[in-house]
Design a protein around this ligand. Sequence first.
Ligand SMILES: [Zn+2]
Length: 466
Amino acid sequence: MKKRSVRTLLAMALAVFSLRAGAAGLRDGERSYQGTVDRLREAGLAGERGFDLLRRITSVGPRLTGSPQAAAAIELATSLMKELGLSGVHTEPVEVGRWVRGDIAEAAIIASGTRAAIPLSVCALGGSTGTPERGITAPVVDVRSLDELASLGTVLKGKIVFFNRPMDRRLADPFAAYGGAADQRVGGASAAAGHGARAVLVRSLTFREDRNPHTGLMQYDPRAPRIPAAAISTADAEVLSALIKKEKSVSVSLRMNCRDMGRVISANVVGEITGSELPGEIILLGGHLDSWDLGHGAHDDAAGCAAALEALRLIKDLGLRPRRTIRAVLFMDEEFGGTGGRAYAIAPQRKGERHLVAAESDRGGFVPVGLAIGGRDRRILERVSAYENLFRPLGVSFIVPGGGGVDVAPLIKQGAVPAAVITNSQAYFDVHHSALDVLSSVHPRELELQAVILAALAYILAQEGT
Ligand SMILES: [Zn+2]
């Protein structure tokens, strides 16, 4: 053996040391949770328990707020929570609006000259009034924005306004593209009615070109007459738009028998693992139990409910005893007014409780890519980022400020820290609010991974606080 200088030996020792640090690569805090996160991952990914919860929730069918199926989903969710052995399982009443789609949603481009009539694939927007029984037939005006609508003014009298602005494909974030086009769906009918229009057709909010109409909430301004509002599929929006360019005047007939049914009592469903030391401090994992009614609301948002429940199941089955309470809340009425989130925040049961974190999963059951936490509060972001090496192997490649959602917004206003698992949602709007949002559109492993991440995050936060 060759003699080595002290310097060489020192260099070698340093190299070995840094190699070790690199291999482990964990901070002290991370090291203390590594075993737990490994066990959560192994238990979560070994089977399809989260997906099975999703299967059972979607088996109820569409869960439109105030509907008999929504009531059935509340009953099912209650028994699922009991089956999982959660504590304090109960429902909390929520007064919600009820609207029914009816069984007629027909539209067609009226025949002209030698051209035959062309049927259009449409659906009522949620909350829309129906048409008169014989329908509405009127010339159509293609409009791209509420500003353009305002500039047209009296031209719109007696017409059907066709809001045809697509989601902006150039944006990387599909939610930003959706947000940028949703104003026509939500407020288009009242804006058009203010100019004397008789009905509106709104281009479905999706990147995909197909014949599936996508529903979603529309709201009436009490100052304008209530006119019917329908979503038209993107493929048919293209057909209609091309024909309007080609022919001088294009008329469309629209017939729908959707209607408002007043107010009914529904409920949020709550269950938890009660904290062993600080039970009044709560880490909330939420999703919304209601859905739109064209599909089964698998991604939106049975997946969020299933992920929250599975996260609690994992923590419980591993025998972990969180210091603070980890609670699953399955909210009612996210889609049709957000009354569930508001009712939860002010329910009498909240007395003496303090919600440290309110995480909402409502971005589809897709593969997780990141974590959003803390909104504008950078301190909690830094605290959670101290565990990033535990989350990275689970697919979390970034931790950014953000989180929040319709259901948890009232809690965040009260001081809870928002949090959310960010998924790769490029395909989300293909299915969102349409007949395509069914169980088969969710990949089991992607959902299980989301549940594991939620479980790890909730457990660490329950131990460490904020
Ligand atoms: Zn949703």
